[in-house]
Ligand binder design. Structure first.
Ligand SMILES: [Ca+2]
Length: 625
């Protein structure tokens, strides 16, 4: 804001105050009293929980009273849309922008990363003076400055990958970049404990607490006391094609959802105990459709699909006294709307969102608000008028919300969905997408087809041409984790599972084999190099080398570490893509000097006396100077 503009608004504010027009809090602020504290924000995000996996939506197979209570005390958005899979939804929530704009094109091997020139909702609230914390599955980049600690979150506890291999005493969690040997108890309970600690520690200042749980995503693990009810349960409500349903999987998923509900109850109870409930906005939603065929309101599609069942998610929001209790909001909305909505509710101006209203401009002019650093144009809009009841339904714009994954795109309006194949569905008369109307309503189909083609042309070209290296070596964040997920195997080396996310490298049998990471060293200097490994006793004695450009360091494998695989003993149904895990131990290679710049960090063996060198979970590089 220029000085002239600021003076103009000060004058306006003075006139308004003189006319008694300003709200009472602003008048008291001008008289020297502090304005009311901004609302705290608590956002709980489930992973692979479908719209149908809540009792508030009519599923009598399970009971989710704590989550449901948010709708009783606040609002439920009946048509809330996210992406077909995890990382793009998180990117859209974080930025208020469609995920291709931020470079997210995959769920692993670096394609999940959110471009560094994007600003996040964490940046927005941190800049406005909030304490910010994230507790759970990040899934938008692991290496600093992709790490959540560089994306606006003061505290992070969880993991950055798309899934984790074992939820009990989980290995290798990340706390502000520090690698933790193992966690404590069932992961969702532990993440909640951490979030509770954050809330308590920041109870006297505004906080933004993001709790992205990683269930009911597979592997299907849940404590006995939640599973017992479902172990032999006769499911009353089934998928629209019952023959497609994997009943044991459904039972496990529902038990995991009840565990989430129990933890949501713990969070809400703590807000009550701390007398924060009245001034805390609580949101609950999920990141994509259900991860199996189970009851989902008769909708077509599941996780991975751009049809309604793949992208419609639960969305509940509570702010006592501000959002009318029991509101049901039929207007379509999406994850792209959360940044502008929450900023608007908290009175934080965001560049790129809708034009600022007069009150906000006055508050800016008085210095009561700090404008957030300029960000890029948003795709989402503020839902505040809908949530507070200020909007007249007839004046709300009929929007288009686009869903994309893997090159497939569909578009939703209030009345229709045009699917990836060009079929048109009346979503009010035919919510299950059974009857294509594209021939009967060609003008609607043509209008939506044109919009969809424009969206594709704007968003998708070049999206998969990902040439981003993995950054290493920032003095303010000296530890870089380079997991197997982000490496490339060569020769005989294989991944331990089809999904790279929590995999390790195995079958490293010959000196011609290697493992590489495409890295960008930000700071020239000395780095301590550590490999997390396992090695059978009979294979001890290999010699290996880590190199980058002309720099290299050698080490010998002198100690066996041969723990059993973990995970299967906790699986309620056999897993498919995810790797089991092991208690990998550190092998310290020593200190090596790297130049700044891009290169291939390479692990290779110099001598292999046994059957194989080792299994490798990750390389840890720490800038020591
Ligand atoms: Ca997910």
């Amino acid at each position: 804001m220029t000085c002239t503009t600021r003076r103009a608004f000060l004058k306006l504010a003075g006139l308004c105050a003189g006319a008694g027009w300003l709200p009472s809090w602003l008048r008291t602020a001008r008289a020297g009293t502090a304005p009311p504290r901004r609302p705290n924000i608590l956002i709980i995000l489930a992973d692979d929980q479908g719209w149908g996996d809540l009792s508030v939506h009519g599923n009598s197979n399970l009971s989710t009273p704590n989550i449901d209570s948010l709708a009783k005390a606040g609002a439920l958005l009946e048509r809330f849309f996210v992406c077909p899979v995890c990382s793009p939804t998180r990117a859209e929530f974080l930025t208020g922008r469609y995920h291709p704009r931020g470079g997210v094109h995959s769920t692993s091997t670096g394609g999940e990363r959110l471009n560094l020139d994007e600003k996040t909702i964490g940046d927005t609230f941190k800049a406005a003076g909030y304490a910010t914390g994230a507790f759970g599955k990040w899934h938008n980049g692991a290496q600093y400055p992709y790490h959540p600690n560089a994306r606006g979150f003061d505290e992070f506890y969880g993991f950055c990958s798309g899934h984790w291999g074992d939820y009990f005493d989980a290995l290798f969690l990340d706390h502000n970049g520090q690698l933790l040997p193992h966690g404590n108890g069932f992961l969702i309970d532990e993440l909640t404990d951490r979030a509770l600690g954050f809330i308590e520690a920041n109870k006297d200042r505004p906080f933004f607490c993001y709790v992205p749980y990683n269930t009911p995503h597979s592997p299907m693990q849940v404590p006995d006391r939640f599973y017992a009810k479902f172990a032999g349960l006769d499911l009353k409500m089934r998928n629209r094609n019952p023959a497609s349903e994997d009943i044991p999987f459904t039972r496990a998923a529902l038990a995991m959802c009840e565990n989430i509900d129990w933890n949501v109850g713990r969070l809400l109870a703590r807000l009550d105990e701390l007398k924060l409930a009245e001034n805390t906005i609580v949101i609950y939603f999920s990141d994509n459709g259900p991860n199996s065929w189970r009851w989902n309101g008769g909708m077509k599609g599941r996780k991975g699909s751009t049809d309604e069942g793949g992208v419609r998610a639960p969305f509940l929001i509570r702010w006592p006294g501000r959002i009318p209790a029991g509101a049901r909001i039929p207007q379509i909305a999406g994850a792209i709307d959360l940044l502008p909505t929450l900023a608007d509710l908290a009175g934080i101006p965001v560049a790129g969102s809708k034009p600022l209203d007069g009150i906000t401009l006055v508050r800016l002019s008085l210095g009561l608000l700090q404008p957030v650093a300029s960000s890029k144009p948003l795709d989402g809009i503020s839902l505040k008028p809908l949530l507070t009841g200020a909007a007249r339904p007839q004046s709300w714009p009929d929007r288009m919300i686009f869903s994309h994954w893997g090159g497939k795109v569909s578009v939703r309006t209030q009345a229709y969905r045009l699917d990836n194949a060009g079929q048109l569905f009346d979503m009010q008369a035919d919510p299950g997408q059974d009857r294509d109307l594209s021939k009967e309503q060609p003008e609607v189909a043509a209008r939506l087809s044109k919009a969809l083609a424009q969206w594709k042309a704007e968003m998708l070209p070049g999206l998969k041409n990902d040439d981003r290296p993995f950054p290493v070596g920032y003095p303010e964040f000296p530890i870089t984790q380079l997991p197997a997920r982000d490496g490339v195997p060569h020769g005989n080396v294989k991944r331990s599972a089809g999904a790279p996310n929590c995999s390790y490298f195995t079958n490293w049998t010959a000196p011609g084999d290697s493992i590489t990471w495409d890295v960008q060293v930000a700071t020239a200097g000395r780095y301590e190099a550590v490999i997390y490994y396992t090695c059978a006793k009979a294979d001890v004695g290999s010699r290996l080398e880590l190199s980058l450009g002309a720099s290299r360091i050698e080490a010998a494998v002198s100690e066996a570490n041969d723990p059993p695989l973990r995970g299967a003993e906790h699986d309620r149904v056999p897993r498919k893509g995810e790797s089991y895990v092991k208690d990998f131990k550190p092998l310290r290679l020593g200190v090596v000097e790297f130049k700044a710049g891009r290169g291939l960090l390479t692990l290779r063996a110099l001598a292999v006396p046994g059957k194989q060198v080792m299994d490798v979970r990750l390389v840890l590089l720490t800038l020591v100077q």
